[in-house]
Ligand binder design. Structure first.
Ligand SMILES: [Ca+2]
Ligand SMILES: [Ca+2]
Length: 404
């Protein structure tokens, strides 16, 4: 009996230990040229797709993708996403629906400066038709798209139009047919070079766009995070709503918004607020399904930069560079923003892109560029370091596909 109790205690102790799971794995197959802008989206069965840009289509940058199982083994080779190869196709973003079908958006070419393109893929990576142009207004520069997809497949794309200094958006159905034609979300405080925005679409089709804008507080210029909500039909449900705290006389600068929508139609915007010349905090603010926005939550102490991802249940993971620990910290939070656990991310895993692998939010994967001269993307899973298989075999490198 004592032996049984000690085993139970061992399980409870080790189950709480979070850290790297399994070995790092190579994401890209082509290793010539630079690799940048990775993004990751998980599929319902725990597999995931990684997108990035690299010089692989013979003319500047190209958008590439590859699928992996939840244990990090490749389910496909690296494949090309863009069909138009002229010039640069870069900064891709990917989003999945409830079947695992995914959409990739990127900054590409529309005949007059940059434009925003998209292409749909089935869950197994089969292209569902040709790429299509997202932006209708093509004059000058449209770029830096964000994308979100509902469980039923509806697609929201938002981007910056740097010619008119506005945030634009459009929606598409699961087949990629236009629903809401391009419209202007905001022109408040947009300035040349603005590049931070995020968007989210709910199961009922209502959606939200969040962006960084410059304005003056107390006579001093600063930047803050704004959000605007819409019904599925495109009717505004709010004005330009300021989420971040500008601090005394605009002393705080906020930027780099991320956004997650859970299966209950709540959404959370997470961003970085610079508090002084050295460091800041990761902060977040949740809006519930009825449209009520809660208070600002401080998610990190002294930090710089962040990555964020949310599971369907609303739990989320944030990573940041911690100034006091002088390394990357990773924290998991419940749906209400309470920290569940936290661990230091060992070298060499820097900030990159991350996505939950499991619907119970216990594991996630990162894609990052290692330091040094080696080009490429390295993936690493993180989560509990005790597994169903590991308990029986003592091999914590094993992962159960059937009993996670
Ligand atoms: Ca190209
Ligand atoms: Ca253009």
């Amino acid at each position: 009996m004592r032996r049984v109790l000690s085993i139970v205690f061992l399980v409870a102790t080790q189950a709480a230990a979070q850290g790297p799971v399994g070995a790092p794995f190579q994401i890209n197959e082509s290793i010539s040229g630079s690799v940048s802008f990775p993004d990751v989206a998980s599929q319902p069965d725990g597999s995931f797709v990684v997108v990035w840009s690299s010089d692989q289509d013979g003319d500047g940058a190209a958008v590439r993708a590859r699928r992996f199982s939840r244990n990090g083994s490749a389910l496909s080779g690296e494949f090309g996403v863009n069909e138009e190869t002229l010039g640069d196709q870069f900064r891709p973003r990917v989003a999945t629906d409830g079947r695992g079908d995914f959409v990739v958006v990127w900054s590409g070419q529309d005949g007059d400066g940059t434009g925003v393109s998209a292409r749909l893929f089935a869950a197994d990576g089969t292209a569902l038709g040709p790429e299509f142009q997202v932006n209708a207004e093509t004059a000058g520069s449209q770029q830096h798209p964000a994308v979100s997809r509902s469980a039923s497949g509806a697609i929201l794309v938002s981007w910056f139009d740097h010619t008119s200094d506005s945030v634009a958006a459009a929606t598409f159905d699961a087949a990629g047919s236009p629903m809401l034609a391009e419209f202007v979300v905001s022109t408040t405080g947009l300035y040349p070079g603005t590049s931070d925005l995020a968007c989210g679409i709910r199961s009922d089709g209502d959606f939200v766009v969040a962006w960084v804008a410059a304005h003056e507080v107390g006579g001093s210029p600063t930047t803050d995070i704004f959000q605007k909500r819409y019904s599925a039909g495109g009717v505004p449900l709010s004005g330009d709503f300021q989420l971040s705290d500008p601090g005394p006389n605009g002393w705080y600068f906020s930027y780099n918004p991320d956004l997650g929508v859970d299966e209950h139609d709540n959404f959370l915007v997470v961003w970085h607020t610079q508090l002084n010349l050295a460091w800041g905090q990761v902060r977040g603010r949740r809006t519930d399904a009825s449209g009520m926005t809660g208070p600002i939550r401080e998610l990190s102490d002294a930090s710089e930069g962040h990555e964020f991802s949310m599971a369907p249940g609303g739990e989320f993971v944030v990573q940041w560079f911690d100034y006091f620990a002088y390394g990357i910290e990773s924290s998991r939070f419940d749906a209400l923003g309470n920290e569940v656990d936290s661990f230091p991310v060992p070298e060499p895993y820097g900030l990159g892109a991350q996505s939950h692998l499991s619907r119970d939010s216990t594991e996630f994967v990162t894609a990052h560029r290692p330091g040094g001269p080696e080009p490429g993307l390295i993936g690493q899973r993180f989560g509990s370091r005790l597994f169903a298989d590991g308990f029986e075999s003592g091999d914590t490198a094993e992962w159960s596909e059937t009993v996670p």
